[in-house]
Ligand binder design. Sequence first.
Ligand code: FES
Length: 176
Amino acid sequence: MKSSQQSSQLNKENSHHFKEFSLSKKGLEIVQKEMTRYETKLSCVIPCLWQIQKEKGWISKSAVSWLSQITQIPESHIFEVLMFYTMFNKQPVGKYHIQVCTNVSCALKGSRELVDELCKNLKVKENEKSVCGTWTVSRVECLGACDEAPVIQLNDEYLGKIKKEDMLSFLKSKAE
Ligand code: FES
């Protein structure tokens, strides 16, 4: 293929990716600002992914392609970062994402059973979005507040010393 043909083909593919994914004007400005903030360009990947998640709720494959094209960082590197950190959602999550710490201190206080109870009562399978779109329940590693065990993270909020009954009524009140 001649180089002009290759470039027009690439442009078509690029515009296809761009059609699949875009951020708001403000989101794009934040990503562009992050790209200039660090000495090493690769350092902007985490804050850029975070901005995408803030706006879209999760990181899709087309979001990774988009970020790769905007930053000129290889998709493979962005994927590595994405897969390493559990804080990034790799699939759509409900309006309320309940992340339950199931590490040792919390497990000793019943957090693993709490996951089962939450899934049963909120009618959702682990890591999936409930049919109503309200809930996702996930297990996570230590949330760094072991003295408050059992601990959950509800979207951006940390909640400690969770009691199963209180938690269920609290969550249901949020959904009303
Ligand atoms: S073990 Fe659950 S917060 Fe550390």
